[in-house]
Each structure stands twice: as structure tokens, then as C-alpha cells.
Design a binder for this molecule. Sequence first.
Ligand SMILES: [Zn+2]
Length: 257
Amino acid sequence: MTIKIGPAGTGGDSYKGLQMIKEAGLDAVEIEFVRGVKMSNETAKKIGELNKKLGLILSIHAPYYINLNSEEKPKIEASKQRILQSCERGHHLGARCIVFHASYYGKSTPEECYDATKEAIIGMQKKIKENEWDVILCPETTGKGSQFGTVDELVKLSRETGCGICVDFAHVYARNNGRIDYDDVMGKIKRIKHLTAHFSGINFTAKGERNHELTPPERIRELYKYLKKYNISITIINESPDPMGDALKMKRMLKEV
Ligand SMILES: [Zn+2]
């Protein structure tokens, strides 16, 4: 069991951010393209070079404006482009997992949404292969009932397409009205080949996720208990409003495991 920990985002300047994260003793960081892919390939290459010395595990969070099950074809194409741009930058950065919220059910049944999402993922995997980008698509478990992305849906998608998955444990918790059956979740994800995770506290309503909150220590302990029980190796990105502080807290608490 290996647990690697880091924050979501580099806190502005990527060069300084990566160095600071390394110096703080953390292992990983998720580069945020959530409001658009604004980094150039050149910059991605430079940051990737720097990180070869630092050795941090990098992942990418692709833009939020993605729906692979849109009723409008151009929106599906634009969504794929945003993910593929994230893949290209990710390749230059040396990031492996490209995380994204795949789709919304909209008027579709969950099965129709699954099929549309799967088709789009397979299409993007072809492009990734053609371009020889060394990255893995990792759709994320989502926090709202309107969004595609239950643990079951993603595990099936991974089995059928070979994609990885990102398990946001806070989203699973919010989606189920403040409950998470860790035995069920860990049992399902333990055989996923490319597994990454998000963690934080979370505020939710009957409709699911509202906003991420600071990470309660008792929730961290609970998570570690089950990662240990199922012998799961994973990289955990903290997405709380204080991602650096909470990632350090999680790293310190690893000593209790
Ligand atoms: Zn996310």
C-alpha cells in the first residue's frame, strides 16, 4: 500500500508552486485547467522539465465545461477538444491522469448517457494513441445526482474501455446524502489499474454537492482505515479551500496508519 498526497493547484505560479510543494514534503499536485486550458505547450514542456528534478506526481483537472452527452453535437466535440487539449499539455508536463467530469444525464436514461460517454471516451483514446500522448483518461465520480459518474458507472467504463478513474470520496459522500459505504467502494475500485483520488470535507443538500470544505481529521482517519484494509495504493489530491494546509495535514496523519 502506497499513499501519495498533494494539493489541487499550484497556488498561482507553477514553477514556484511545484518547488514549494516539494519542499513542504508532499508527493503530488493536480494542475488545474478547470476554467480553460490557458497554458501553452511550451510552458508545459518547461514545467515538465523542472518537475523531472522534483519528481512530483502530476495530474491534470480538465475544464468544468464538459458534457460528453450533450444533445448538441458541437458541444460534444468542444468537450472532447477541451479534454484532448488537457491531454496534450499533460503529455508535455509528464502528467499521467487527465481528470474530468464526463457528462450530464439531461433527458437521457442513465444507460443512454453511459453509451454516449463510452463512445466519446473510445474516440478520444484513439486520438491519444495517434498522437502518442502518454496519458490516461480518468473520468471522476461526481457529486450531484444530475451528473453521470457513480462508482458503478465508472468501474464499468474502466472495465470496458481501459480508462482510469478518479474517485472523489467527498463527491460519493455528498451524492449519497452524507453516507459512504467504504467496504462497497473499496471492494469495487481495488482492481482498477489507473486509480487516482480527490478528498476534502463537503457541504451538500438533497441534490448533492454544494461546495468543498476543510477536511475533518476523523474523515481522513476513516479513509486511511479502509485504504489499509483493502491494501489500496493511491494518489490523493486534497481539494479543500486550503488544499496545501489540508494536504500537509493528511501527510502528517499518514504516520498514524
Ligand atoms: Zn473534479
